[in-house]
Design a binder for this molecule. Structure first.
Ligand SMILES: Cc1cc2nc3c(=O)[nH]c(=O)nc-3n(C[C@H](O)[C@H](O)[C@H](O)COP(=O)(O)OP(=O)(O)OC[C@H]3O[C@@H](n4cnc5c(N)ncnc54)[C@H](O)[C@@H]3O)c2cc1C
Ligand code: SF4
Length: 514
């Protein structure tokens, strides 16, 4: 039976899944239910987004609109300066009496839609793109003393019966992390990357992004990301065949010229809705069951933990912790972002230069590059967490508000004072030297703490510990680091702190965003 009011569906750019809530609810009357997708150029101008991210989202939206037409939906695809103008025209033309949307994952975007002052009522349907609904996460989280990823992950393994034998974890352990920290060794040969050559439609979008007057960041071409569900599935299959066997062991390694190593590169597709988390989890589990000799359990468990654990946990926390989380700044850091974040060639720190150049070229860096290079440097030098988050939001192909807040502010900057991490991810050059080959061709000496050749990660690290000694002492897991701080010669520490101050002072004039 047709609903009393004429329904129209607005599909957002990160809801490109045929099973999503709004489409599922009205599939039975699809021929009478108009659908709109809108690309807004003003929105694209609101931040200097990575050019490849704009291409990815718009090309994927256009291909999704085609898939909807094939399914029999009456689809309007609009490109306009703003969202409201084409939306109003479509509501009038199609005589829409109620607009239905699957809830946006990002809080600010929902608030933005609510300000649009539309001529018809609006209904939100729950976003089912995560395994845990907001209500389910809330039920798990409330009344807990600590919100530990490990507890949440185990609950997920049990609830969805993933890698379990009865109620016990397969292999007798929940977590194989200790096996997953191998440094890069000489002669590593990561698998070839599966790249997708842009078809005519994607090329049209590339040309459009070039022609539009956008603030833009990063390189537009070569663009080699997939833009359809079939391409995303091919990327997953490629990962199962080539990446997953070594994914675990080298998860944390970093190597010059190797942007991807054994990582899956699936986050852009997952975040757009082209892939669903459960199909990846089940796919990896089945590949393991079919061929346990080829796929070690530490790799399969490690990959599944990223999705069933981290990804779900970050989304759940984003909504559980509320809107004021975005302003958290436990250390009161207020340094502007160094301008070399926007142009990696401006820094002589090789680790930062390598990773920043890679982000400019691809919109991608893997987890440890994000955490222990890009975020670590901002943390120990005292950059405002909000300024850093804003940069991540623009620079990354998979960046969205829901995933940035807890990752950048919480995990990377410890801006929430420890709601989700038990200690700050702060380190000196020591960690970078151990887990990468970047230091081998750097102008700085990773062992030196003072003088011209001293690695800035060193003096900033000790300065960070000294500056925040009191706060850090309240965190049990910082005990050893603070003991090491106390062992330092006080003159050496004072000199390092002066060198850190000097870097900041010189930089104020020419190294920071105005
Ligand atoms: C400072 C910082 C910023 C980050 N920003 C983003 C971001 O903007 N968008 C984003 O999707 N992820 C972000 N992450 C999480 C993680 O780094 C990326 O998801 C991952 O690097 C994507 O590459 P991949 O697909 O090759 O991942 P793999 O290493 O192959 O992992 C598989 C999948 O697990 C999921 N995953 C793993 N860790 C996380 C996590 N902490 N949060 C959410 N999902 C996770 C991703 O969907 C990823 O595709 C950030 C992490 C940090 C520390
Ligand atoms: S020496 Fe310091 S700046 Fe240079 S690559 Fe190593 S950690 Fe980075």
């Amino acid at each position: 039976m047709l609903p009393k009011m004429k329904i129209g569906l607005w599909i957002l750019g990160d809801q490109l899944n045929l099973q999503q809530a709004a489409l599922a609810a009205y599939r039975g009357i699809k021929a009478q239910t108009p659908v709109i997708l809108i690309e807004s150029w003003d929105y694209a101008r609101s931040r200097p987004y990575h050019r490849q991210k704009l291409v990815l989202v718009w090309a994927a939206m256009r291909r999704f609109a085609e898939a909807l037409k094939v399914e029999g939906w009456p689809v309007t695809y609009a490109g306009a300066e703003d969202f409201r103008t084409p939306l109003l025209a479509w509501i009038e033309r199609e005589r829409v009496e109620r607009l239905v949307l699957t809830e946006p994952k990002d809080r600010p975007f929902r608030e933005f839609i609510e300000t649009l002052d539309l001529p018809c009522p609006l209904t939100w349907l729950e976003n089912q793109h995560f395994l845990w609904s907001r209500g389910e996460f809330q039920a798990w989280a409330q009344n807990r003393r600590r919100l530990l990823l490990e507890d949440f992950y185990r609950a997920g393994r049990r609830r969805f019966q993933v890698l379990m034998t009865g109620d016990q974890p397969l292999g007798g352990r929940w977590n194989f992390d200790p096996e997953n920290r191998r440094p890069p060794k000489k002669g590593l040969t990561p698998p070839p990357v599966l790249s997708f050559t842009p078809d005519a439609l994607t090329q049209m979008v590339i040309d459009q992004v070039r022609a539009l007057d956008l603030p833009g960041y990063g390189e537009l071409e070569p663009f080699s990301w997939g833009v359809t569900r079939n391409q995303a599935l091919a990327a997953f299959q490629h990962f199962l065949n080539h990446g997953l066997p070594q994914f675990g062991a080298y998860q944390d390694a970093m190597a010059t010229g190797e942007s991807f190593l054994w990582h899956s590169l699936l986050s852009p597709y997952l975040n757009l809705g082209l892939l669903s988390p459960l199909e990846l989890i089940r796919g990896a589990e089945k590949a393991f069951q079919d061929n346990p000799e080829r796929l070690p359990l530490n790799s399969v468990e490690g990959f599944i933990r990223q999705i069933l654990g981290w990804r779900e946990y970050m989304f759940g926390l984003y909504h559980f912790l509320g809107a004021d989380y975005s302003q958290k700044n436990w250390f009161n850091h207020d340094l502007p972002l160094p301008s070399f974040y926007w142009d990696g060639s401006q820094t002589d720190m090789n680790c930062l230069r390598q990773v920043l150049r890679q982000v400019e070229e691809t919109g991608y860096a893997h987890h440890i590059q994000r955490l222990m290079i890009l975020s670590n440097f901002a943390l120990i030098s005292g950059v405002s967490p909000q300024a850093l988050k804003s940069w991540f939001h623009c620079a990354f192909i998979d960046g969205y508000d829901w995933v940035m807040q807890t990752n950048v502010l919480g995990m990377g900057q410890f801006a929430d004072g420890g709601l989700l991490a038990s200690k700050p991810y702060a380190s000196s050059a020591n960690y970078i030297q151990k887990m990468s080959d970047y230091c081998q061709s750097c102008v700085y000496n990773p062992k030196a703490r003072l003088g011209e050749s001293a690695c800035p990660f060193n003096y900033f690290y000790w300065d960070f510990l000294a500056r925040h000694r009191e706060k850090l002492a309240s965190l049990g897991r910082m005990g050893l680091a603070l003991k090491n701080l106390d062992r330092l010669d006080s003159q050496e520490l004072a000199q390092m702190r002066r060198q850190a101050d000097e870097w900041r002072r010189c930089s104020r004039s020419n190294r920071f965003e105005k």
